[in-house]
Design a protein around this ligand. Structure first.
Ligand code: B12
Ligand code: SF4
Ligand code: SF4
Length: 404
């Protein structure tokens, strides 16, 4: 999504023309506009590749009418949890035409962020943190949005029309659109699976008023496989192709603001930001390739950082460590909450001292998680000695749940 104050999402047809030049130059440029839709598509593909995208496809804005019904079911089930923006934007999200009635073609782009090591290996290192692959490098939103704008400006210069660009945060259903543009298909875990890149594609879109030739959906399927459904540590799939976000560790660690439901905490292991389990087990990853975008590559400091060190971060240190990273957006308190859940799951009593220190933290969210972590690592007698009065109702509830 293009935020207020940035380059406007609609790049008008006149963009790229030099207003100060003689009008004859403008005429000359206009006459040079690409008009053959096939030529536009070919040139567009080359430009996208140059700007770091690995796949591109075009679809019609009305190509996936079933997405609306499925979104409505997701909302009716309450599966969005406290992501209330999903329900609030449902009408626009259901169809590109509801979002922008003038759109005639939707250009879907994918950027490969395939990891250079097994993302599940770190799950065995219980005193270290698992940060999901997508969050170990720079924030893809910033990288992709900038590139989408460049391509959009290029398209306007070459072929005219008006455009809008979107990545992730706008009311656009990127996965079904990408599937109908032929980038892959929605797997049973609901994400897009690509024949060339497996599970590891970020998606972005360019809406344009130009009529461009649409690509058909790709034939590919999950068949009888259900590896992603079975591996999910929190049983977040009520059925194939349906996710209950309220149980998903990605939602719990990134989107959910309050205390994490107690019954789900032991199932989270050391996953402190996002989760890759359902993506990583997909057999189509045998075709996956390591991503070529250097800015998305894992930073060494974020591959398997120690839980003790992470729990000691103050606000400034948190911001410094996660500068330009998507992790920064959850803020230090929610981050330390997640780290404390992992500490509680570590089985390592030497980490109890970190949780004990955080019993006095300014944030009730952190104090509550510290109580739970301690309750997992020390004996009841030891916990009793550490217990203290707290004014916050949630923290009081944590002490009570710990039997004190
Ligand atoms: C909300 C959201 C979340 C929520 C909810 C996820 C969800 N599955 O809905 C949470 C926080 C849990 C989440 C987690 C993750 N997310 Co997210 N998320 C989004 C967001 C903003 C909207 C998704 C949405 O519209 N959900 C609503 C549901 C109803 O739509 P849907 O998932 O497409 O559901 C479809 C299926 O249910 C299907 N369906 C239902 N029944 C049937 C039956 C059949 C037979 C078929 C074929 C299909 C089918 O139809 C529905 C409509 O298409 C998108 C960005 C965007 N604007 O699209 C990113 C996005 C989906 N997320 C992304 C990523 C990377 C992730 C994580 C992998 C991050 C991580 N490592 O932790 C996890 C994956 C968890 C998972 N298994 O989905 C990428 C996925 C890229 C890809 N290759 O698909 C996206 C596209 C962001 C991006 N721009 O790259 N995410
Ligand atoms: S991301 Fe993790 S918790 Fe969420 S559905 Fe996939 S395996 Fe389950
Ligand atoms: S793991 Fe199996 S069921 Fe899940 S998306 Fe991949 S192929 Fe489909």
């Amino acid at each position: 999504m293009v935020r207020a104050g940035e380059v406007p999402p609609v790049v008008p047809s006149a963009a790229g023309r030099d207003p100060g030049r003689h009008s004859g130059v403008g005429d000359l440029r206009r006459s040079r506009l690409l008009t053959d839709p096939e030529a536009i598509r070919l040139a567009l593909t080359g430009e996208a590749r140059l700007l770091g995208f690995d796949c591109i496809g075009i679809t019609r804005p009305d190509a996936v009418p079933e997405a609306k019904v499925r979104l409505e079911r997701f909302i009716a089930d309450g599966a969005y949890g406290d992501m209330t923006w999903m329900a609030e934007t449902a009408a626009r999200r259901a169809s590109p035409l509801a979002l922008w009635p003038e759109v005639r073609s939707v250009i879907m782009l994918g950027m490969n962020y395939g990891p250079d090591e097994d993302p599940l290996a770190v799950l065995k290192e219980r005193t270290r943190a698992a940060i999901s692959v997508y969050a170990q490098g720079d924030d893809y939103h910033d990288i992709i949005k900038k590139r989408l704008k460049e391509i959009a400006r290029w398209l306007v210069r070459q072929a005219g029309g008006d455009v809008k660009v979107f990545v992730d945060t706008a009311a656009v259903m990127e996965k079904p659109l990408a599937a109908s543009a032929g980038l892959g298909w929605q797997g049973k875990h609901t994400n897009l699976v690509s024949r060339q890149y497996g599970s590891w594609l970020f998606l972005g879109s360019i809406f344009t008023t130009l009529e461009l030739p649409a690509d058909g959906p790709m034939d590919g399927t999950c068949g009888s496989c259900r590896a992603c459904l079975d591996v999910c540590p929190t049983a977040a799939f009520p059925a194939p192709y349906r996710l209950d976000a309220r149980r998903c560790i990605s939602y719990l660690t990134i989107e959910h603001k309050g205390p994490i439901p107690r019954d789900l905490r032991p199932l989270m292991g050391n996953r402190i930001y996002g989760c890759d389990d359902c993506l990583a087990v997909c057999p189509w990853n045998k075709f996956a390739q390591v991503g070529r975008e250097a800015k998305l590559a894992a930073r060494d400091a974020l591959r398997a950082p120690g839980l003790a060190e992470l729990s000691r971060l103050d606000d400034a240190q948190f911001r410094a460590l996660f500068s330009k990273s998507p992790v920064k957006r959850i803020g230090r308190d929610r981050f330390v909450r997640n780290v404390l859940i992992a500490i509680g799951n570590s089985g390592d009593a030497s980490l109890a001292v970190e949780a004990e220190r955080l019993l006095g933290d300014e944030s009730p969210l952190v104090r509550g998680a510290a109580v739970w972590a301690l309750s997992q690592l020390v004996t009841r007698e030891e916990l009793e000695k550490l217990s203290r009065h707290d004014n916050d109702d949630d923290v009081k509830g944590e002490w009570a749940a710990a039997g004190l």
